[in-house]
Design a protein around this ligand. Sequence first.
Ligand SMILES: Nc1nc2c(c(=O)[nH]1)N[C@H]1C(S)=C(S)[C@@H](COP(=O)(O)OP(=O)(O)OC[C@H]3O[C@@H](n4cnc5c(=O)[nH]c(N)nc54)[C@H](O)[C@@H]3O)O[C@H]1N2
Ligand SMILES: Nc1nc2c(c(=O)[nH]1)N[C@H]1C(S)=C(S)[C@@H](COP(=O)(O)OP(=O)(O)OC[C@H]3O[C@@H](n4cnc5c(=O)[nH]c(N)nc54)[C@H](O)[C@@H]3O)O[C@H]1N2
Ligand SMILES: [Mo]
Length: 594
Amino acid sequence: MIYTTCALDCYDGCSIVYDNDKISGDKLHPVTQGALCANVNKNIFKEPRITTPMINGKAISMDEALEYIASVVDDKTLLWRGSGNVAVMQEVTNLLMGKIDGTITKGSLCDGAGEAGIIEGRGVNLTLPLEQIAKSEVVVIWGRDVTVTNRHILPFIKDKKIIVIDPIKTKIAKSAHLHIQLAPRSDLYLAVLLARFIFMEELHDKKWLDKFASDYEEYYDFVRTFRIKALLALIDTNLDTIGDMLSLIEGKKVVFLVGAGVQKYSIGNEVLRAIDAVAVLLGLFGKEGCGVSYLGDSKLGFKNPFVTEIKKVSKVDTPFDEFDSVIIQGGNPCESMPNTNEVINRLENVKNVIYFGLYENETSRRANVVIPAKNFFEKNDVRLSYGHSYVSKINKIKECDFGISEYDFVREIFKIKSFGGLESEEYYLNYWLDQCDKMGNIFISKAYRELPYENGFGKDEDEEFVFLDDHDDDFIERKKLKRPRGYKNILDKENSFWLVNSKSNDSLNTQFEKSNRVILHPDLGFCDDEEVMVSSEFGEIRLRIKNSVDIRIDCVKITANTIGINKLTPSIISNEGHNACYGEVKVSLSKVLI
Ligand SMILES: Nc1nc2c(c(=O)[nH]1)N[C@H]1C(S)=C(S)[C@@H](COP(=O)(O)OP(=O)(O)OC[C@H]3O[C@@H](n4cnc5c(=O)[nH]c(N)nc54)[C@H](O)[C@@H]3O)O[C@H]1N2
Ligand SMILES: Nc1nc2c(c(=O)[nH]1)N[C@H]1C(S)=C(S)[C@@H](COP(=O)(O)OP(=O)(O)OC[C@H]3O[C@@H](n4cnc5c(=O)[nH]c(N)nc54)[C@H](O)[C@@H]3O)O[C@H]1N2
Ligand SMILES: [Mo]
C-alpha cells in the first residue's frame, strides 16, 4: 500500500491510497474522507498520452530531444508554465531559466485579481481552515461552484443555511435558502449595497471595528457615493432580496466561500475587497465559525528554493513572438489563455516552440518540439493546497518507461551544458517538507492559523483592515460590440450576452473531456443541439445549443473545457494582480446559415 496525493489544480488536493493496482480516496484524510472525483478515478487513465519525443513531426529519442533543447535555449528563451500539475517540483525549471538568463511569466490566469484585493484589505491572504467553516451557521457561496470545483468541502457545510450568489442557478443554488441570481460583474455593487444597509440598520460591530478597522465611518461615506437605485439595477435585484440576505446573516456565525468566478474582471481586486468589507463590518474575522475563504496562497510562509532573479513577461498577454524559443510546460495556452487567436498568431512567429506535457492538444499540435512528461503517479513531489492547509507527499506509485520528470529534465540539460549548482531531487523535496509543522502524522503549512486574523490584519497581525476608498471603471466605455458579418442575426432584442465562465465535472480546465456546448435560456428561442455562431470582437466559434432555465436570459454559459472558448475572450489585464479577465466580454449569437 502506498499513499500519494492528487496534483491536479483543484482546491481539494486529495490524498490517495494505492493498493493492489487500484486507487481510492484516503478515508482517514480530514479533507478527502474516502472520496475521489471522476478526473482522478477515471479520466486521467482514459486520456491517451504522448509517448515519444518529436522534432518537426519525427519521433526521436529522449536523449536527442534533450540535446536539441540544450542547444537552442539561451537568453532569448521564454518558459510559460501552466497549472496542469500544481505540485512544488514544477518550478524546478526556474533554475534552468536562471542559468541561461531566460524569461518566465508574471501574473495569473486564475485567482490573481482577487488575491490582490485581499492583500490590499487584509495585508495577507490566509486560508480559512475547513474546521472553522464546519463551525459556521450560515454559508454564503459567492461565485464558487462547490459541487463541481470543490466538492470535498460539502461535508463541512452540510445542514447549514446556504446563500448562493451566482448568475447561474448552480446545483447548490437549487437547494439553498436564498439564491441571488445577480447580473455578472455586479458583485462589487452588491457588496457595496450590503455594506450600506449594514450601516443603515446599525448591524455593524462597532466595538470590534474600533479595534480592527477603525476607518469604517469613511467607508460609510464611500458606499453612500453610489445611488441605491442605480446599484439595484446593475445587480438586477430588489430591496426585499437584500433584506432577506441581511436577516439570514444578522447575528450569526457566517462564512463566505468566495470563488474565482467573481474576479475574472478588470475590477476583480475591488470585488474581493468589497466582499471582505461586508464581513469586516459584521465583525466576522478572527472568530470561530466565521471568515472569508478564497483561493489561498499555498506557498505563503515557505522559503522557495526555486525563486531566483529572472526576467518576467505577462502571462496573460504574453509577447511570445519576442522570443526565439518558448518552452510550454504543464499548460495549454492555445486553449486556456484569453484571446487565443492572438496567442496562436504570436506562437507562429517563434522558431522553437517546445511543448512539455502529457497530452496532445491545440498547443502540442503547434509545437515543433514535443517532450512527453511523467504524470503525478510516476514521480515524487510535494503538494500544497489553496483550499486547505494540509501538505502531502506525492509518492511514485508506478514506473513508466516513457516521459521525463521536470527534475530530470533540468538535471539532464544542466549536465549537457555543464551547469553546476543543482541539488538532488531528495534535497528539494525535503526542503519543502522540513518547513512544515506536523499535526500527528499530517504535514501542515507554516501559514496555518487556527483563527486567521484573530489578532489583527497585516503580516504581523498588528494592522487594521484597509477599506476600499476609490472606484474607477471604464468597462462601459470599452464595451463596443462588433456585429459578426456574414451571418443573419435572428434576435430582435439587443444581441449582447455576458459570457459566464465556469468549470465542468469531467474536466480539469482543458484536460480530459471536451465540450462543444453553449448553454442559454430557452426563451431566446433556440432549439437544443442547434448550431450557433458565438462571436465577440476577438473571434467567433460554432457551438451547439443546450437550453437551460438555470441561466439568466442575458447570459450564455460556456465551460472552460469548450474547444475554442478563448477565441472570444479579451487579453486585457486586471487593474491589480495582473490577472486574466475572462468574464469581461459580451458576445452575440447568430444562426448558422447552411
Ligand atoms: N475561458 C476560460 N478560460 C480559462 C478559465 C476559465 O474559467 N474560462 N480558467 C482559467 C484558469 S482558472 C486556469 S488555472 C487556467 C489553466 O490553464 P493551463 O494552465 O493551460 O492548464 P490546462 O489547460 O489544464 O493544461 C494543462 C496541461 O498540463 C499538462 N500536464 C499535466 N500534468 C503535467 C505534469 O506533471 N507535467 C507536465 N510537464 N505537464 C503536465 C497536460 O498535458 C495538460 O494539457 O485556465 C484558465 N482559462
Ligand atoms: N471539476 C473541476 N474542478 C476544478 C476545476 C475544473 O476545471 N474542473 N478547475 C480548478 C481551478 S483551476 C480553479 S481556479 C477552481 C475554480 O473554481 P471556482 O472558484 O468554483 O470558480 P469558477 O468555476 O471559475 O466559477 C465559479 C462560479 O462563478 C460563477 N460566476 C461567473 N461569473 C460570475 C460573476 O460575475 N459573479 C458571481 N457571483 N459569480 C460568477 C459561475 O457561474 C460559477 O458557478 O476550480 C478548480 N477545480
Ligand atoms: Mo485556476
